[in-house]
Design a protein around this ligand. Structure first.
Ligand code: SF4
Length: 499
């Protein structure tokens, strides 16, 4: 009997344990995968991001074939056309899919009449998150995270948190070692295989960033190799330096597992179970285990839940009235004299990746205090990061980074001057600008714009107890007018790509 039913697998659902595929077998189902030229060429994707998505899809198709499935991998101008071609070839087949991870893809499935089943790609469904949110006056991540710990049982000692505390964040904010040492070794780098090379040859001309060299595995086997490497070699030292930045070291102890979690090659439980095992066997201190588990069962799930709770509409938020274009320095890192921005944007160009503090406190911070249009930053980050996806970028950019939602997500704006960047990095020592100065031609742009940001939005933030002290300090500055003048110059230089 030939298979009649079909499972349509999307490019971020590459795992036989996910949703509709979990219920399928080669005897009863064939597989549809569609590579859409419109999606591939529709925006200026970073080469490594696009390569990672497409090559992982093609490798997964082969993996399913090896498991005995008949896989039809359709290359078409659009998803709709690809689906139409498949249906013309297999009229009457019943198509199911795992509920997609974006609003647009869910709307597409509905329009095409494809039945969807609940996704288990996250540990919390949008419905479960909405039910939790409905019981809360405010949606604090920490509250959600503690509930996740209890519900899922990670790092628990009976009904109490392992190590006696829910959160070891205070121990995880050490400055970076400044002696040039590299206790973390070098990250894994795969040899590119024939599928990888074929995808590179097909990448469209409008791509940005450098060519793939193997930083991002495109198979499940490779993803698990990265997971093992992280847990065995990096996790023990992950905690203390998780917020640190070094010009000569792009990875430190970061797991760099988010691309695999976001395209399905790894499931959250794969990662959390490995960390729990390592902690249980005394191989990793609680501060490191907790810091990492919080990212996966707390922050990642929280951001995903907020996306479904607040979209559509949330993407249009712009409470601070920010309308500046994306700084040239983000897309052309060599053009800036701000060393911190040059290094962080350079990391993005080279590998499609920068860690969370580089994203939030350097690139995002500059966008916040300079007043960059939220959509412009969102689109750039979504296109440029190998782990980018709409569900993760929208809350992180609109809520956490730019405070464009007026405080729905984060209770204060994450604005900082050069002093913070200097404390957490070695960037300032080799910079043209002086991080201590807020006025003058060599004043640090972050320091100038930080004070100017507080002055510009003083009325709004004077009502916010988490930042009112800084606002009052800004209002007492004797050189406030000079700060405003220098800020106008800085913004002009930023707009003209000369900062
Ligand atoms: Fe960045 Fe300012 Fe430090 Fe230069 S001095 S690296 S611009 S924070």
């Amino acid at each position: 009997m030939s298979p009649k039913a079909t499972v349509w697998v999307l490019g971020d659902q590459l795992n036989v344990r996910i949703g509709a595929l979990k219920q399928a077998s080669p005897r009863t189902h064939r597989i549809l995968m569609v590579e859409s030229a419109h999606k591939i060429g529709g925006r200026p994707w970073h080469r490594q991001r696009l390569h990672f998505i497409i090559s992982s899809m093609r490798h997964f198709a082969d993996e399913l074939r090896n498991d005995g499935f008949v896989v039809e991998y359709v290359k078409a101008p659009t998803m709709t056309e690809g689906f139409g071609r498949y249906m013309a070839k297999h009229p009457g087949t019943h198509v199911t899919a795992t509920a997609p991870n974006s609003l647009a893809a869910r709307a597409l499935m509905e329009r095409l009449g494809v039945e969807t089943v609940e996704s288990n790609q996250f540990l919390t469904t949008p419905g479960e998150f909405a039910a939790w949110a409905a019981t809360r006056k405010s949606l604090k991540m920490e509250d959600f995270y503690r509930r996740q710990r209890i519900r899922l049982g990670y790092l628990m000692d009976g009904d109490q948190p392992a190590g006696g505390k829910w959160n070891f964040d205070a121990e995880n904010r050490e400055s970076p070692p400044r002696d040039g040492s590299n206790p973390w070794g070098e990250p894994l780098c795969d040899a590119l295989d024939d599928i990888d090379k074929a995808v590179i040859a097909e990448l469209p001309d409008n791509c940005t960033g450098d060519e793939p060299v193997g930083w991002w595995s495109t198979t499940r086997t490779g993803a698990f190799r990265h997971l093992r490497h992280f847990v065995e070699h990096l996790l023990p030292t992950f905690g203390p330096h998780e917020d640190a930045m070094l010009a000569g070291n792009w990875h430190l102890a970061h797991s760099m597992l988010s691309p695999y979690l976001n395209n399905g090659l790894l499931m959250p439980a794969d990662v959390c179970d490995a960390v729990q095992w390592s902690y249980d066997n005394g191989r990793v201190p609680i501060a490191s285990a907790e810091g990492f588990i919080r990212q996966v069962i707390g922050w990642r799930e929280y951001v995903h839940g907020l996306y479904w709770l607040w979209m559509p509409g949330y993407l249009d938020k712009n409470e601070l009235g920010a309308h500046r274009a994306l700084p040239t320095a983000f897309t052309d890192p060599a053009s800036t004299r701000m060393r911190c921005v040059g290094v962080c944007a350079g990391d993005v160009k080279q590998r499609g990746w920068a860690h969370h503090i580089q994203r939030l406190m350097v690139l995002g911070n500059l966008a916040l205090i300079a007043g960059v249009e939220p959509r412009a930053l969102n689109d750039w980050m979504w296109s440029s990061f190998v782990d980018g996806a709409e569900w993760v970028m929208v809350p992180n950019v609109i809520g956490m980074t730019l405070h464009a939602d007026g405080g729905m997500m984060a209770t204060k704006p994450y604005a900082a001057g050069g002093a913070y960047i200097d404390r957490m990095s070695d960037y300032c020592s080799g910079c043209t600008y002086d991080r201590k100065k807020r006025v003058g031609d060599d004043a640090c742009p972050f320091t100038t714009l930080y004070w100017d940001f507080l002055l510009r939005h003083a009325d709004r933030f004077a009502r916010n107890p988490r930042i009112v002290t800084q606002v009052r300090a800004a209002q007492k500055l004797k050189d406030a007018d000079a700060v405003r003048d220098r800020a106008a110059d800085v913004l002009h230089l930023l707009d003209t790509g000369r900062l």
